[in-house]
Ligand binder design. Structure first.
Ligand SMILES: [Zn+2]
Length: 341
């Protein structure tokens, strides 16, 4: 693997087919956080039995705190699975001050390399705590046991660079940027996205190269965002649509897919190379259509019409295209024309 210069938030990493084999023997007494399917796939390969296995129930803080309180003493938390299993592991490791090992089995979200755990308080996303995987285990064979669309969804948190950087530029031009604007960070983030877009075929095929491109992209994003102390080059209005939808519908979504839907709609609102970015999403077969996400037309319409008010009512969200451009019923109608419900 290429050496990434800078702060990646990954203390050590193991990449390769079979990377997870026997890892249980190096962890002392350990707890696994996971879900049913990834656990069934990974368990026979660990080479040791955990002291406990904690399954994801919900990501609501009350559930997590109950699970942390009930967890036995141990040395290490081994998080195996998708975003929720990883976030549960991060939360437990942070609360108890334990070593964290992350082994993503799907790449649908960047949770396995970011420091904070994404939790929910009353169906609202919050990021809490501080963790670094040691090691991050990327076992291509294990990851490829998941349905391909779940791994392809991993491009969502890189595609968001497209709309998020544009939003940051809008904020800077309006004199409303919450952080010192850094053109070099925007340029670096766009380079990550263009390197990702150049690998469309490999990503669609979920080849070693394609999976590696996604993981490396996330780690490179960290080298920008960790020193800066914020994720503005990677998060903007496209994520805000997902926050509104999740609170409205009170259920989580496959992260990369819902972010993809956000990129599709908000790049249009931004007038920001919309066709190009949609072309890439279609080329990699990212499943971002409302039909893929189980979103009904009336819910998406209501969400879009409410989005500016929702963002305006939240002090913690940044200045974006939503702060400047109106979303009218006729805009929504035109924007939804080619989406599948
Ligand atoms: Zn994200």
């Amino acid at each position: 693997m290429t050496v990434i210069e800078g702060q990646t938030n990954v203390r050590s990493a193991r990449f390769g087919a079979g990377a997870i084999d026997g890892i249980g023997q190096e962890l002392g007494r350990f707890i696994v956080t996971t879900m049913e399917v990834p656990w069934r796939l990974a368990q026979p390969r660990l080479g040791a039995q955990p002291a406990a296995v904690i399954f994801v129930e919900t990501m609501e803080i009350e559930t997590l705190d109950r699970q942390v309180a009930g967890a036995p003493q141990c040395d290490t938390v081994l998080a195996i699975g998708g975003g929720q299993a990883i976030d549960l592991g991060k939360y437990l490791a942070w609360k108890r001050g334990l070593r964290l090992v992350t082994a993503p089995t799907i790449l649908s979200v960047d949770a396995f390399v970011t420091p904070a755990a994404g939790i929910r308080r009353g169906h609202r996303v919050e990021y809490v705590g501080q963790t670094s995987p040691d090691p991050l285990v990327i076992d291509y064979d294990l990851i490829r046991t998941a349905p391909p669309e779940l791994n392809i969804a991993g491009v969502g948190d890189l595609l968001s660079i497209h709309t998020a950087c544009f939003d940051w530029e809008i904020a800077e031009r309006a004199g409303k940027s919450e952080y010192p604007f850094r053109a070099e960070d925007v340029a670096k983030a766009r380079a990550i996205l263009s390197d990702t877009m150049a690998k469309a075929d490999a990503i669609r095929a979920c080849s070693d190269d394609g999976l590696h491109t996604i993981v490396e992209g996330y780690m490179r994003v960290n080298t920008i965002c960790l020193p800066a102390g914020h994720y503005r080059v990677e998060e903007g209005s496209e994520h805000y649509l997902f926050y509104e939808l999740e609170e409205r519908l009170k259920r989580p979504f496959l992260h990369g897919s819902i972010v993809g839907l956000g990129v599709r709609l908000l790049s249009r609102l931004q007038d920001n190379r919309h066709a190009e970015v949609v072309g890439f999403m279609d080329a990699v077969a990212l499943r971002y259509h409302p039909a893929d996400l189980g979103i009904r037309p009336e819910d998406l319409i209501a969400s879009l019409l409410n989005l500016r008010q929702y963002v305006g009512g939240r002090r913690d969200l940044w200045y974006t295209v939503l702060s400047e451009r109106d979303i009218s019923p006729s805009w929504v109608e035109a924007a939804l024309v080619n989406l599948k419900f």
